[in-house]
Design a binder for this molecule. Structure first.
Ligand SMILES: [Zn+2]
Length: 178
């Protein structure tokens, strides 16, 4: 059995059965991981309140065949919850599992700690995560002037295609200040 201690930020939670969950966490020392919990869906669970997405927490994992999250101690998340959840989904969709990246961790930690998200920060993160770089084209029409990133499909798109594809502004990351 191995044991790991690391800070992390809960990105998402998925119920596994009546009592247990899979938790997807962006961690400092292990990168993005998926871990299971025991009984965290019980009303009396001490773990559950610390696993709200967006909370920065000190975590303890044990690994036998699979990774289990056994302890979490969190700080309340500051900032705008809706903007934060959108950002967590973005990080979940754009990062690979098991790839620790300290400089990315510090950026994510700072943003979750209350830094305002802007198109420039998203553009920087996308480049940092290997999306785009020099040659970025609209996924649908190959136009070189992209205005949005769609985190659910992890593609760029332009303002002409957005109404055609019929994606709401709420679901997209704006890449240019208008
Ligand atoms: Zn287009």
């Amino acid at each position: 059995m191995r044991e790991y201690f690391t800070p992390g930020i809960v990105l998402d939670r998925e119920p596994r059965n009546e009592l247990d969950e899979d938790i997807i966490i962006y961690t400092k020392n292990l990168g993005k991981v998926r871990a299971f919990t025991k009984s965290s869906r019980k009303i009396t669970s001490k773990l559950s309140g610390h696993l709200t997405p967006g909370r920065l927490a000190n975590l303890r994992f044990v690994e036998r065949n699979k990774l289990q999250l056994v302890d979490a101690l969190s700080l309340p998340a500051p900032g705008n919850p809706k903007e934060l959840l959108f950002f967590l989904n973005f990080i979940n969709k754009t990062t690979p599992y098991g790839d620790a990246d300290l400089s990315l961790w510090y950026m994510v930690e700072e943003i979750v700690g209350g830094n305002h998200l802007s198109p420039a920060i998203y553009r920087h993160l996308l480049e940092r995560l290997g999306f785009g770089g020099e040659e970025v084209n609209c996924h649908y029409c190959e136009n070189g002037e992209v205005n949005f990133f769609d985190p659910s499909e992890t593609v760029f798109l332009c303002s002409k295609c957005r109404p055609v594809i019929n994606i709401d502004f709420d679901e997209l990351i704006l890449l240019e200040e208008s």
